[in-house]
Design a protein around this ligand. Structure first.
Ligand code: FAQ
Length: 334
């Protein structure tokens, strides 16, 4: 009896091992072919974990990222600006929802992911811990923050995990509209009165460094990059994307008649890129570890919104239960 039981267990382990070996082979082949991994495919635990981390943190960033601009909806300078800003902030909510859905396909449900944010266990992008002090900051967020988001996320449309890559396609299209609305706000201000131009310049002075930090720590301090690139999740390193972004925004700033206050920013003929100054990484670390200007306010607001939304979640769950009961044969008669 004991022998049979023990051999059953050994048999099951061997079967699992076989499945793992053939699963790993299939997975390795998908990555080597630059093909897509889908939720039903076998995947290494590390791959699942790193994607759950990145995709859920990305979702949290979109949700927390609504706050700095939402703060300006009631103070937008015209009805047209207000309508555009409402649509933009609503888009960010939508991005959060697609991304939570993509993260859920990896096996962790949304409730748990949201709990990780609310308990402070999960990160969200450093940039959203900075305030939007003036209307020009709304322009700078659109141009520089959404601009950095696009530079980072266009390559993610080719990430190896299917649901993440597909969600990025629509997100990137919407982000490019956001970037243009930010540009247009700054363009109007930069071509307005001297005070308006000054306001635009001050906004980009505030957002330049934090926007460049959105790409993450320098490559030699980025613990996840190497493996994420080997798995075709990230296609470029943090520093490569940061450089691309700088090369893109310098001529755009010139077209606005504005500049970046970085004394080391200059074209390097030999490299074919702009050189730029060292960023303040101690500030980045401090912001990521909870000590930025708005971390406390952002989390307080999110927790409050979550509590106030409890009745909506309860109603939605009750509706789903009712639908399930009604679709069971005999449920209506009982
Ligand atoms: N802020 O090893 P790496 C948006 C963390 S959405 C905070 O280099 P990885 C739209 C990182 O998580 C903006 N933490 O990590 C919008 C890791 O910590 P962990 C969000 C950061 O993952 C616009 C540790 O440092 N975008 O803007 C940051 O390989 C306007 C070590 O770093 C995405 O999430 C940071 N900036 O590379 C919405 C894009 N950077 O988890 C509203 C997808 C790094 O090991 C208004 N994500 N960390 O404890 C990615 O591409 C990557 O996750 C990176 C980081 C590039 C962000």
């Amino acid at each position: 009896m004991t022998t049979t039981f023990a051999s059953d267990i050994t048999g099951q382990r061997a079967a699992h091992l076989d499945a793992d070996v053939s699963g790993q082979k299939h997975f390795d082949q998908l990555i080597a072919d630059d093909s897509r991994v889908e939720p039903t495919d076998w995947m290494p635990e590390g791959y699942r974990k790193t994607l759950t981390r990145q995709v859920s943190q990305h979702a949290h960033s979109e949700i927390i990222g609504m706050q700095p601009e939402a703060n300006w909806i009631s103070r937008a300078p015209s009805l047209k600006r207000k309508a555009i800003l409402i649509a933009k902030v609503q888009d960010e909510a939508g991005h959060g929802l697609y991304l939570y859905s993509a993260a859920e396909t990896l096996g962790t449900d949304r409730e748990e992911l949201v709990e990780q944010l609310l308990s402070g266990k999960a990160k969200y992008s450093s940039i959203f811990n900075y305030p939007a002090r003036t209307w020009a900051d709304v322009g700078a967020i659109g141009w520089l923050v959404d601009g950095a988001a696009i530079a980072n996320q266009v390559p993610l449309c080719r990430a190896s995990y299917g649901p993440y890559a597909r969600s990025m396609v629509r997100i990137c299209k919407e982000e490019s509209f956001h970037q243009r609305q930010g540009w247009e706000i700054l363009y109007e201000l930069a071509n307005g009165t001297p005070e308006q131009k000054q306001m635009a310049q001050e906004a980009i002075n505030r957002f330049y460094g934090p926007a460049l930090q959105m790409f993450g720590p320098p490559d030699d301090e980025s613990p996840n990059s190497r493996q994420s690139m080997a798995w075709n999740i990230k296609r470029f390193s943090n520093d490569e994307l940061r450089q691309r972004f700088v090369d893109m925004i310098v001529p755009q700033a010139e077209a606005l008649g504005l500049h970046f206050e970085d004394p080391d920013l200059k074209w390097n003929e030999e490299r074919g890129h702009y050189d730029f100054g060292e960023l303040d990484w101690s500030e980045f670390k401090s912001v990521v570890s909870g000590n930025g200007p708005c971390n406390e306010q952002r989390m307080k607001h999110r927790r409050q919104a979550h509590e106030e939304g409890a009745w909506v979640r309860e109603a939605a769950a009750a509706y789903v239960r009712r639908q399930a009961e009604q679709s069971e044969p005999g449920a209506l008669i009982a």
